[in-house]
Ligand binder design. Sequence first.
Ligand code: PFF
Length: 456
Amino acid sequence: SVARQAPAPKRVGFTSGFGVLAATLGSAVGLGNIWKFPYLTGANGGAGFLLVYLLATLLVGLPVMIVEIALGREARANPISALQALAPRRQPWWLIGAAGMLAAFLILSFYSEVVAWVFAYVLKAMRGSILSSDPHVTEAAFSALIGDPLQSLLWQWGVLVFIGSILLMGVTRGIEALSKKLMPLLFLLLLLLCAVSLSLDRVVDGLAFLFKPDFSKMSAAVVLTAVGLAFFKLSVGMGTMLTYGSYFRDDQNIPVTTFCVMSADLCVSMLAGIAIFPAVFTFGFAPAAGPALVFITIPAVFSRIPMGQWLMVVFFVLAAVAATGAMLSMMEVPVVILHERFGLSRTSAILLTIVLLVFSGAACALSNSTLASFKLFGLNLFDLFDFVSSNIILPAGGIFIAVFVGWVWGRDKFRLALSNHGQLHNEKLVDVVFFLLRYVSPLLILIVMLKGLNLF
Ligand code: PFF
């Protein structure tokens, strides 16, 4: 069936094993760790949520990440063409790729707005106006920013122009190289924040919240949110990892690479959590403050550090760098599909994607001001885009990818892909991952989705 496809355009892949790891890690690590993970953990009761999220990452996120990359590398094409090429004739598995493209637009719409806040905070930090441990001060600064339609829009356009320029200038590799050098710095800065947070008065409350499970807050909706976060974090369920897999080298060890990415990604999230929760309790913030949590708490922690103002500037710059790697990987899904499938030049594909994002992004940028009263299912557009993508499209994509590999593509092809078409070093691993994909992951996600969405 591969023969039905038009000959693949010449594709440039990653050149070194370490480059592959760095780019994949660059997609996973982003505002998901620094912004979404702490805010969802805070809003959903702490340690119990964390535990479910960890389980979801291992039982569902990791196996789906492994197969997405394997499928991409086998087909060496965009998600739609890849699934058309790998599936038996006329079976519409390519729809996973189409849904992924929709997810990319939804996520980029709100993600670019959060990056917009990060950009704005770099400037605010330089001015020194938000360096305070008084919740009223930091909360007022944040509300003023998100409640101002013009500022929200302009910063978002800045982010979109920035990301579009990187893609148009074809310097994504350069950015990856740069972020490879800067990420250790973000790690160090998070360590410093943790050290400060661990010296605060109510450190015990903060750590108990994060690590001592209290299942009274647990509900089907909370479990679905944790599963959604596991997908969002690892950039899976929408074809991003499939696309990156299509750039993987033939000799790259896929399970080892994914395991490293997952572990490093979890470390960054944990550091962010340890940096934030002791401060939340010490300074009297609400753990359930929602998307504002990081933006109101982080300035309070920095206010306790000598030179905190400038370190905070560095922190938000590094957060923007981390977010850039994630955004570039998301952009790649629609851009490569529009380019390879719909015959647009890469330049037109990039421009079209950015223009569409200006419109769909505005819906999120204005959701706390002009459009604040516009709600669907009780959610404003920012939260709705997040909910639909993270809690519906990504998990559903995960189900279909797992079912496709477990029941259609089959064990032999999966085994061949994981062995790099050569000798397999770990037969057990293939068995375990394949078993998860065939029986465990799809059922687990399905039950969680049906319960979480209150469908049965
Ligand atoms: N994993 C990224 C983060 O946690 O910030 C977000 C993300 C990137 C989600 C790419 C989905 C995606 F395809």
